[in-house]
Design a protein around this ligand. Sequence first.
Ligand SMILES: [Zn+2]
Length: 77
Amino acid sequence: MIVCMDLLAVEVASRCPLCGSAMEIVEDNTYVWFGCKRCLRYVKREKRELARRYVNYSVRLFNWRGLMEELYALYLS
Ligand SMILES: [Zn+2]
């Protein structure tokens, strides 16, 4: 369970496959958490690792869709 005092949390377009409510992304200093606050089910990935794979610094592009697909697949697994 996450207490979101000084965390950045955003709702995303994905729906929770278990309960149908909007899912959210929560970020702390080290991790990006993805999940459903109603089910209290979250998966996490290290931010540094995600940045390495989804941020292309040379063209200043962030592959949001790729990131979301990975987190969603992780949530379903
Ligand atoms: Zn849910």
